[in-house]
Design a protein around this ligand. Sequence first.
Ligand SMILES: [Mg+2]
Length: 216
Amino acid sequence: MKVYRIPPVSSALIFDMDSTLYTNPEYARDQIDLPIRRLARIRGRSFEDMKGEIETYRETWAQTQGEKISLTNAFKDFGISLEENIRWREELYEPSRYLKPDPVLGKTLDILASAFSFALVTNNPVLIAEKTLAALGIADFFTTIVGLDTCKVSKPHQAPFLKAMEALGLPAGECIALGDRYDFDIAPPLELGMGGILVDGVEDVYCLEEILAGSG
Ligand SMILES: [Mg+2]
């Protein structure tokens, strides 16, 4: 875990979802591999070949543009529109195949809910977010979900974070963003004036009560 900034008075936590509210390397890998496998099939290419080309594209992008490109935006450059990408994810991802209820996370959120409002900002579609939260047994904690289909842009764009702020009815200075990828989940909120905490996985979320004590 790395704490970048905790505002003196905070009222809301804006969570990333994947690899933040759960840790599951197999599902994380499949979320990248499943759409690449479909793209490879459509293009008549081997999976390894397609995966290699997309990986190289994303690495080159990061080196030349100075920021990382989301899988969704990389797919756009390979001819798959945002709308198609959303549909693929809805068809290919089945969170309940990988995830189960997490009572420790539930207890943590229950304690934090007495001091903070919550929002979820994810590069997955809202439908997948709802299925994920349900599989983890924490759906009741999140009334504000900003997904890929909400703003039609993916993080690191600032729009999903601004949308979450608007839904929460709070200024940036009272929000703390939490996520596992600095470039996507932490850098944009810090630029907006939010707090930011980089986590290594859900195990770090279990410790938030201690970290945030006195700031809520
Ligand atoms: Mg994540």
